[in-house]
Design a protein around this ligand. Structure first.
Ligand code: PHE
Length: 350
């Protein structure tokens, strides 16, 4: 039977024919299967030797079936590809084009506005030392923003602790670290914007993500005042929303500015649901920040040049602008990489 089976397998010219041979021998009611089934009627010693014998046959047949099947499948695929041979004279189909991510579109609007106003664009680290994210920004060690529930701390030491004398590191919770870094490197007067990712350890929902973006701005010089700050924010709002854009300031508290404020713009929604859109925080740079910068400069062998000057800073979130501008209802859509969302931003760049 084995020889017959092997001969029939070798003769099977296609997958259908092979399937028939398979059913005939090892199918549920196949010849070999039947033989195995009849073992029950034998005496125990005979059952053992007979069983072993049938198994050898079954394995040989099954092995041959598998080999032949792989071969025939391969042949079928080759034939199919042959039939689909490329016609190189046909016109091309074209590739779907990519596009700028909505966050990058908002960033390029913003950066365009500020570079036209003469601002430098700076970039800085997302993994930051505690001092640049908090201490130098007048955020004391006992400030709740430093707490574990807000900040992702890095596990630097081998046991997850920090080494004595080595500064603790974290994922920056805002782009305000760039105020410090930029002033340590550059002399006043200055105008700087810095874009980037920031991280907060918090539960996510439609308006909160653990990672999001900010744009930081900093202006320092002699006689810079709150009026300059308000004018700058208004100019930004006009750049984003047109000449009639309205801006609102409300007193607020951030340790690194005094006085501090939150600002909002009047969002004229074409669908008629106009409202104040809270965009970010701002204020006059706190003297403690200038002192901390001069301390860092001195430690790096540079001149102390900031104490006695004035300046303003602001920080805002492009996600909020993009959500309203493009009607995106959930912040998590920005980073889920769902093609159904991103496809809508194909093509035009900006
Ligand atoms: N860093 C602040 C925040 O993340 C925003 C801010 C920037 C406020 C600059 C004032 C000045 O909420």
């Amino acid at each position: 039977m084995q020889q017959e089976a092997l001969a029939e397998i070798a003769a099977a010219g296609d997958l259908d024919a092979l399937q028939q041979v398979k059913t005939k021998y090892v199918g549920k009611k196949g010849l070999i299967t039947q033989q195995l089934g009849s073992l029950g009627g034998l005496a125990p010693e005979e059952r053992k030797s007979r069983g072993a014998e049938i198994n050898v046959v079954r394995q040989a047949v099954q092995g041959a079936l598998d080999k032949r099947e792989a071969l025939l499948k391969r042949a079928a695929l080759d034939a199919k590809l042959q039939g689909e041979a490329l016609d190189v004279t046909l016109p091309g189909l074209g590739l779907p084009s990519g596009g700028l991510h909505p966050i990058n579109r908002v960033y390029s609007d913003l950066i365009g506005i500020f570079t036209r106003l003469g601002y430098e664009v700076a970039e800085g680290p997302e993994v930051e030392e505690e001092h640049y994210n908090f201490g130098a920004l007048n955020i004391p060690w006992y400030h709740p923003a430093r707490e574990l529930q807000d900040t992702f701390w890095l596990k630097d030491g081998p046991d997850g602790s920090s080494e004595p004398g080595v500064p603790r590191r974290l994922l920056r919770t805002h782009t305000s670290n760039m105020q410090i870094r930029y002033m340590v490197e550059h002399e006043p007067p200055l105008k700087m914007v810095s874009r980037g990712k920031v991280y907060r350890y918090e539960a996510t929902d439609a308006t909160h993500e653990a990672m999001f973006h900010q744009l930081e701005g900093l202006v320092v010089g002699e006689g810079i005042s709150m009026a300059d700050l308000k004018g700058t924010i208004a100019e930004m709002a006009r750049g984003l929303y047109g000449a009639g854009a309205k801006v609102r300031f409300q007193p607020s508290y951030y340790p690194f500015v005094e006085p501090g404020a939150d600002f909002a713009v009047w969002w004229e929604n074409p669908r008629g649901e106009s409202k104040w859109l809270e965009l970010g925080g701002c204020g006059m740079v706190h003297p403690h920040v200038f002192k901390a910068v001069d301390d860092l400069r001195e430690a790096a062998g540079k001149e102390r040049v900031y104490e006695g000057l004035t300046g303003f800073a602001f920080g805002l979130g492009p996600e909020r602008i993009a959500m309203l501008k493009y009607g995106i209802p959930d912040i998590r859509y920005f980073y889920a990489n769902d093609p159904r969302v991103m496809r809508q931003f194909r093509g035009e760049l900006g």
